[in-house]
Design a protein around this ligand. Structure first.
Ligand code: 4FV
Length: 232
């Protein structure tokens, strides 16, 4: 999958994409990430490229101008491209959305900066996605989160032992508690059932534990799941 990430700080992405699973995914050409600097599409006065301006109607901060944003999007957009604008005003990112995006041929990610982007630039955007109900200083972080969570669903990105299919939220509920050696840690022993080798019993215990914690911490997920199951 090709991913073009449009931002004002391409250097922001050094690090997260250069290590571990995402580095390996690029090495094996499962993921082809390109960083585009929106400033390269701005009108230049001398060596100054203006990408932001004050908001019409007043108010704090600056707004990303429509021209450089639209030109940057059009510089990479193809027939099969899917353009996502990362912003707090988008639909909240979920595992299901990550799975859906992982099947796209070409993703174009527009990172928000300043107070946001001129609304008219959104005509080039297919959907707006938020990573959560809080405001970041820089939209690049949201793009990193999306690429990371989405890439896990690309076949071959995760080794078999890390299959995304067994993830939290795959069934709409939390993962079960995990244990590894030592068998007893500071007086706390690993639950007996996990040492029985009885896979049916272990799977039952894990599901029960996952459900119990989901009910306690995120009851709305249970509500969603029950409704989802009913509709399936
Ligand atoms: C955000 C979010 C987010 C808004 C102001 C960047 C910031 C600045 N993006 N999910 N939450 N973006 O807070 O996606 O432009």
């Amino acid at each position: 999958m090709r991913v073009d990430i449009l931002s004002l700080f391409p250097e922001y992405f050094r690090g997260p994409f250069d290590v571990s699973i995402l580095k390996r995914a690029q090495g094996s050409k499962l993921l082809d990430i390109h960083l585009v600097d929106i400033r390269n599409f701005a009108a230049r006065k001398g060596n100054y490229a203006k990408v932001d301006d004050r908001p019409y109607g007043g108010g704090p901060g600056m707004i990303l101008m429509p021209e450089p944003v639209c030109e940057a999007i059009r510089s990479v957009k193809k027939e099969k491209s899917h353009v996502v604008y990362l912003s707090p005003q988008g639909k909240t990112l979920t595992a299901a959305k990550c799975q859906e995006l992982s099947q796209k041929e070409h993703l174009v990610l527009l990172c928000g900066h300043y107070e946001g982007v001129d609304e008219r630039a959104l005509k080039e955007v297919d959907e707006e996605i938020s990573i959560g109900d809080y405001v970041l200083t820089n939209g690049c972080l949201a793009a990193i989160v999306l690429v990371d969570a989405m890439a896990r669903f690309i076949p071959g990105v995760l080794g078999h032992e890390e299959a995304a299919g067994q993830d939290s939220f795959q069934e709409g509920i939390f993962d079960a508690p995990h244990y590894t050696r030592p068998e007893v840690f500071e007086g706390i022993a690993v639950p007996e059932v996990l040492k029985t080798g009885n896979h049916a019993e272990i799977a039952k215990w894990r599901r029960k534990q996952g459900l119990a914690k989901t009910k306690r911490v995120r009851p709305e997920l249970i509500f969603l799941k029950e409704n989802l199951d009913e509709t399936e």
